[in-house]
Each structure stands twice: as structure tokens, then as C-alpha cells.
Design a protein around this ligand. Structure first.
Ligand code: ADP
Ligand code: LRH
Length: 487
């Protein structure tokens, strides 16, 4: 039996972390070695990621991992999707990757749809229309000096892997979020690239999770104190890794990958590219081992994070645990909104936007911070209910249990409301599903464990803590709220 120590780098929209995992048959121990904030920066009217600060956090984390574990056998990187760094002809980064919440992307949507109508785009790429999908970001960049100088585009995890190894690749699960990958052939959609006038060589060769991307360069070895360690492609889209990290016991499950976003759906063998899927706002992103993640992006805990940020800036109480306890005492359905209203996407005063939407929909807006928090959680649970039902209808997949993973699994009120809204048991945890999925794919590639997703999940079930919430309360109340909000 071979046990390995793997470093899993997981960059979320709210924080980055480097974890070590000790993995072997019957063993999966995860430890956090470094966590650092991920704080976007606005300059000259553009919202960007501070990607060098993130890379510095990764290097610090890898150094700490090596120090704590003695030695590291592999490194895997996952992060949020869609955003890219552009490289010039020398391979140098052309400015910071623009944040998906930057307002500019949406302005380019009509230009893309004029060339490839939305229905046709969906039949090729299978993606939910989100105004920040990379395909729209490229259209927004057109005409800029940066774009003119660009010779290659790397998604964020691929950019970090390039700096660590010198190799330029496009890991396929994350590539599937760009809108430029063909959901059926699982290759770059050459025809789409040509029609949108995007040079084909902007996009590097695809790699699959489990392939070696390269080994640490001399520079990266010096920066981290590590040896000649391989960087292994994992599900580099954080949601792909999180779905690997769902401890499901059968195929009859839905998941809520619950962090800044809530990604709500089912795991399938083939994409659902029907007009009904498009109308329902469903996406078909690629998963590990050739699976498809048929899901909807629900605005997620962003609503809560931005509310806390707004309150804290105004000098109001902003302790999450206290606000959640207060929200649990507020009665249900005081006010409910569609959390996916496009106005919630950009940073800014979230409580005010929620109140405005309540007024617009003929409801009394929340009268306290606790009522605002309760409105957010009721509204999220309602959106999960709706998305899980739609996913089951669209795919024909029976759903018997909901797995809720990510930071939101720590939110007991949200977990219980999700069980109540869906009328299904919710199994909450692991919190660090993405890092676990990342480490498991590396472990398998390097020979520490075998099998498919079912075997990897059996190892999760045997080693990771979860908590089960059973549905309670009135199912009718949720059905009524659903009809009220979504009509
Ligand atoms: P991301 O990967 O998008 O950065 P995470 O999966 O780390 O997000 O989840 C972050 C969210 O988890 C926070 O916004 C917060 O709402 C929730 N969370 C984290 N810790 C707790 C906690 N102790 N209690 C309740 N919620 C929590
Ligand atoms: C979650 C996530 C999600 C994407 C969004 C941009 O972190 O990767 O799956 O849609 O960020």
C-alpha cells in the first residue's frame, strides 16, 4: 500500500487555501496549511483579481505544506471558473485577469448574439447564459491594446500551473465554462472561434484531470523549498472538484456546492442540450471522468457576504454567527426574492438591493438585519428547491438526497431550510469538498487509490464527517412561496 501526501490548492472567490491530504487505501486526512483572503481590486473603472498576490499565497502555502509534511508528492490547483489571464508573445502576463463581476462583460453580449444567436450558442456549448462567460469577456476585450497583444489565454488555475511548471495547458473541466468548448465533442469549438474571430491558437491544448501538467521549475522549487514535484491536472474548475468531493452513496443525488455561488444540479453521463434546458437556465459543464455537471448557478452566499460587507462598512453588527442565530428566530417567508436577479451580481449595497426588490414585488422589505438574513436564506432554499426539481425533470434523474458541500455546510439554518424546501434529506459536508476532490484525483493519478468516482466517494464516506438534516415543516408553504416568487 502506497500512501502519498498531496497539496491541494483551492482558490475560491472569497479566500484561497492550500491544504495537504494524506491519501492511501482507507485513508484520507485533510489539513489546512495556509489560507489567505482573495480581495478583488478596482482600478481605472475595472474590477480585477490580484493574481500575483494569489500566486504569492500559493507559494507560501506550498512552502508551509512541504515544511509540515516533510515532502509533497503532487500538487493540484482548482479555482473559480471563466476568468482568464492573457499572455503576450514572450509568455508574460498582460495585466490582471478581469473579475467576472466587472460590469463591462455584459455590454458585449449583444455583439456575440448577433453572430451566434443564443439558441445556437447553447446547442454548441450547453451553458447557462451568464453575462460573464468567457465568450462574452473576449468580446468585451476586443479593440483593447491588451487583446491585440495577446497570444494565449489561460484560465486562472492553468495560469498558476504555468508559473509553477512552465507548461501551458487548458484543463478541460474549466475550459467547459468558457462557452468556447463544444459540449458534445469536448473539444474547443473551432467553428465558434472562427465565427467570433478568435484566433484558434489563443487556446492551448486540452488536458484531462489526472494528466501531469509538468514539474516544478527551478524557480518554483527555490520559491517553495519543494523538490521536483509534479503538478497534476485535477478538476481545475472548483465546482468540478467539489462534485468529486460529494460523498454520495448512489447515483440518485443532487448537489448544492455552496460557497460564494451555489451550484445546484445533478451529475450525468451526457449533456442536456434541449431548448427546455436552455429556458430553465441550466448549464452542462464537464466533470471528472467524462461526467457532465448539469446545474444552475444560483447567486449563493454572495448575497450574505455582500450584506455583511455593507453592514460592516456602515459600522453595524456583522458577526455571522450572531446574525444567523437571530435569523433563525425570524418567522419564515417574511419576504422572499429571486436570488438570481441580475441586479445582485455586482458588488455594492446588498441589503438595499434586496429591499428594493421586495418593494417592487409588493412585499414589505426586511425591517432588520436579522430579517434580511432570513430573507436571503429562505430565498436561497427556495431557489435550490426549484433548481433540483428542474434538474430532475430535465435529465430524468431521480433524486433521493441532496448533498450540500462547501462553506455553506457550516450554516445549519440554511441546511435545514434546504431540507424543508426540497422535502428531501440533506447531507451536509464536507466543507472542503473541492480540496478533497482535488486531492483524490491526484491520488488516483499517482497510484495511491484506484477506481472510479464511486470508489473515491466510498473513501469520502468512510473518512469524512457529515451531518444529516431531515425535512420538517409544511411542504405546502414552500410550494406557495415558489409560485409567488417564480410564478
Ligand atoms: P468560496 O470557495 O466561494 O470562497 P466557501 O466554500 O469558502 O466559498 O464558503 C464561504 C461561505 O461559507 C461564507 O460566505 C459563509 O457564508 C459560509 N461560512 C463559512 N463559515 C461559516 C460558519 N462558521 N457558519 C456559517 N457559514 C459559514
Ligand atoms: C464557483 C464558480 C462557479 C462559477 C463561478 C464563476 O466558485 O467556479 O462554478 O460559475 O465560480
Amino acid at each position: 500500500d502506497r500512501e502519498l501526501t498531496l497539496a491541494a490548492v483551492d482558490l475560491g472567490a472569497s479566500s484561497g487555501r492550500v491544504m495537504t491530504a494524506r491519501v492511501g487505501p482507507g485513508r484520507l486526512d485533510l489539513a489546512e496549511v495556509h489560507r489567505f483572503p482573495n480581495r478583488p481590486v478596482r482600478t481605472g473603472g475595472t474590477l480585477s483579481w490580484d493574481v500575483l498576490a494569489l500566486y504569492a499565497g500559493v507559494l507560501d502555502g506550498l512552502r508551509a505544506a512541504g515544511r509540515e509534511a516533510g515532502s509533497i508528492d503532487g500538487i493540484g490547483i482548482d479555482s473559480w471558473a471563466v476568468d482568464v489571464g492573457l499572455l503576450d508573445a514572450d509568455g508574460a502576463l498582460l495585466g490582471n485577469p478581469v473579475h467576472y463581476r466587472d460590469a463591462r462583460h455584459a455590454t458585449a453580449v449583444p455583439a456575440v448574439h448577433a453572430v451566434v444567436p443564443p439558441g445556437e450558442l447553447y446547442r454548441v456549448n450547453g451553458l447557462q447564459h451568464l453575462p460573464f462567460n468567457t465568450v462574452f469577456q473576449f468580446a468585451a476585450m476586443r479593440g483593447t491594446a491588451r487583446f491585440a497583444a495577446a497570444r494565449q489565454a489561460l484560465l486562472v488555475p492553468d495560469l498558476l500551473a504555468y508559473w509553477l511548471t512552465g507548461a501551458r495547458v487548458a484543463e478541460v473541466t474549466n475550459a467547459s465554462t468558457t462557452g468556447l468548448l463544444d459540449a458534445t465533442t469536448r473539444q474547443w469549438a473551432g467553428g465558434l472561434l472562427d465565427r467570433l474571430d478568435l484566433p484558434r491558437d489563443l487556446f492551448p491544448a486540452l488536458v484531462q484531470p489526472g494528466e501531469e501538467i509538468g514539474r516544478l521549475t527551478a524557480e518554483a522549487r527555490a520559491e517553495t523549498g519543494l523538490a521536483d514535484v509534479p503538478v497534476i491536472a485535477v478538476g481545475s474548475h472548483d465546482t468540478a472538484s467539489a462534485v468529486v468531493g460529494v460523498p454520495a452513496a448512489s447515483e440518485q443525488f443532487a448537489y448544492v456546492s455552496c460557497g460564494t455561488w451555489s451550484l445546484v444540479g445533478v451529475e450525468l453521463a451526457e449533456p442536456v442540450l434541449t431548448e427546455a434546458g436552455r429556458q430553465a437556465g441550466f448549464t452542462n459543464e464537464l466533470g471528472v471522468d467524462g461526467t457532465v455537471r448539469c446545474l444552475r448557478n444560483v447567486m449563493g452566499l454572495w448575497l450574505l457576504q455582500e450584506s455583511l460587507r455593507t453592514w460592516s462598512a456602515a459600522g453595524l453588527p456583522a458577526d455571522l454567527a450572531e446574525l444567523l442565530a437571530a435569523a433563525a428566530r425570524v418567522s419564515a417567508f417574511t419576504a422572499v426574492v429571486d436570488p438570481d436577479d441580475a441586479r445582485f451580481l455586482p458588488p455594492g449595497d446588498m441589503p438595499a438591493r434586496i429591499a428594493a426588490l421586495c418593494t417592487e414585488t409588493g412585499q414589505t422589505p426586511p425591517q432588520s438585519q436579522a430579517e434580511t438574513v432570513r430573507c436571503i436564506l429562505d430565498s436561497l432554499a427556495l431557489a435550490y428547491r426549484r433548481s433540483i426539481r428542474r434538474a430532475a425533470e430535465l435529465s430524468g434523474r431521480e433524486v433521493e438526497v441532496v448533498h450540500l458541500v462547501g462553506g455553506g455546510a457550516r450554516n445549519e439554518l440554511l441546511c435545514q431550510l434546504t431540507a424543508d424546501a426540497c422535502g428531501l434529506p440533506v447531507i451536509a459536508g464536507p466543507v472542503e469538498a473541492a480540496a478533497l476532490g482535488n486531492a483524490l484525483v491526484q491520488a488516483r493519478a499517482l497510484g495511491a487509490v484506484d477506481g472510479g468516482l464511486a470508489e473515491l466517494r466510498a473513501l469520502l464516506r468512510a473518512t469524512q464527517q457529515t451531518r444529516t438534516y431531515l425535512p420538517s415543516g409544511s411542504a405546502q408553504a414552500w410550494a406557495t412561496a415558489d409560485a409567488r416568487v417564480f410564478g
